[in-house]
Write a protein that binds this ligand. Structure first.
Ligand code: URA
Length: 274
């Protein structure tokens, strides 16, 4: 048994959040019955899941890709404004892969792409505290006080950023090169953290994410993750999850519905047995 949104994510239809959206839009059916609520459990062996009437089989090969994103590409599958997207940089992959999280248009560096919705969920959900390291080239000199404030946390939108690791790693023509590791993914977080202390970020590059390192991957190029890198990512839930600390997990609201729907499935199976 598996939650419907997890099944759709595993099948590469969308991320788990994306799957929830298409369910709420009434585009998903189980055994020809449209499902709009979250939490419905399905049995992979018996139930037939369809999106927009097309049956979804959970057998798609999974791809895990690291791209060194250049500035000037949006981190989406398509763009209404006709700008180039990161998908224009990834060729030869027949599956419907999509970016894991996002990097700003004007940020470069490590970006993961996959068709594994379950893994996307684990990497992007705030409860997993995934670390992301950036090298920021900022104007002027950085004082020790600025470093300490960045480390302790900065108020953004009325909420303090969680503690960051911050080191000065060099000098540039603009000023200072700072390495910063954060554990959240708020909108333009790194730029806004520096800006709130009067420092302008001239260049921003992500060098690490979730234990993966960009290394010498050339700008604009991509590579498949190694088996050990994929296995490391798949361990995320087991290790870093805040969810583990919660004592009880509420049962999905639609549990009763799923049980009643099971009767429909059993009827169908019986019919087939004849
Ligand atoms: N922080 C930013 O400011 N921009 C990014 O793209 C990522 C993190």
């Amino acid at each position: 048994m598996m939650r419907l949104q997890k099944y759709l994510a595993n099948a590469g239809v969308a991320s788990r959040r994306g799957a929830e959206k298409i369910i709420s839009e009434g585009r998903v059916s189980v055994n020809d019955e449209i499902i709009r609520e979250m939490g419905v459990q399905i049995d992979e062996s018996y139930d037939t899941v369809a999106v927009d009437g097309e049956v979804i089989k959970n057998t798609e090969k999974k791809y895990y890709i690291m791209l060194n994103k250049p500035v000037g590409f949006v981190t989406t599958v398509s763009d209404d404004l006709g700008r180039e997207t990161v998908m224009d940089l990834v060729s030869d992959i027949s599956a419907r892969i999509y970016p894991v999280g996002r990097l700003d248009y004007d940020t470069e560096g490590l970006l993961l792409l996959t068709n594994d919705g379950d893994l996307t969920y684990r990497i992007t959900h705030p409860k997993h505290d995934i670390s992301k390291t950036y090298v920021a080239e900022v104007t002027g000199n950085i004082s020790m006080d600025t470093i300490l404030q960045l480390r302790r946390g900065i108020m953004l939108d009325g909420q303090k950023t969680s503690p960051a690791e911050v080191e000065v790693v060099g000098a540039t023509q603009f000023g200072t090169k700072v390495e910063i590791t954060i554990h959240e993914g708020r909108n333009r977080q790194v730029r806004r953290m520096f800006e709130s202390l009067g420092c302008i970020v001239k260049k921003l590059k992500r060098t690490k994410e979730a234990g993966l390192t960009l290394g010498h991957l050339p700008l604009g190029k991509w590579r498949k993750l190694s088996e050990s890198e994929v296995n490391m990512l798949k361990k995320i839930e087991a290790s870093g999850s805040k969810e583990k600390k919660s004592t009880s997990k509420p049962k999905p609201k639609a549990f009763m519905k799923s049980n009643s729907r099971r009767t429909t499935t059993q009827k169908r199976v019986k019919k087939n047995d004849k």
